[in-house]
Unconditional design. Structure first.
Length: 115
């Protein structure tokens, strides 16, 4: 059974940085994608960043140049968030996609950007 555990959320001032972590347990093999999505109150869940284990990345327009996704180990993904803005406030969800149209989600971690 695949499980995702996120950590690293919290309260940060505008302009600050946070790093989110996600560890995936279960069988991990072949080509897969890990990523981050976020959902703010009253809004739909949106793409933040994804990365395949072959290095292909995709970023949401609002975070390009500020956020960086990485896969340092085959079961771990990081999201480095710099120059945070108040509208980055959301619940951030880790995603693991081991095959087309197969998705696993973490429980979410709150990120609040406020002075």
């Amino acid at each position: 059974q695949v499980q995702l555990v996120e950590s690293g959320g919290g309260l940060v001032q505008p302009g600050g940085s946070l790093r989110l972590s996600c560890v995936v347990s279960g069988n991990i093999f072949g080509l897969y994608t890990m990523g981050w999505y976020r959902q703010a109150p009253g809004k739909q869940r949106e793409l933040v960043a994804t990365m395949s284990n072959r290095g292909a990345t995709n970023y949401g327009d609002s975070v390009k140049g500020r956020f960086t996704i990485s896969i340092p180990n085959k079961d771990t993904t990081y999201l480095q968030m710099n120059s945070l803005k108040p509208n980055d406030t959301a619940v951030y969800y880790c995603n693991f996609q081991p095959a087309y149209n197969v998705n696993y989600w973490g429980q979410g971690t709150q990120v609040t950007v406020s002075s």
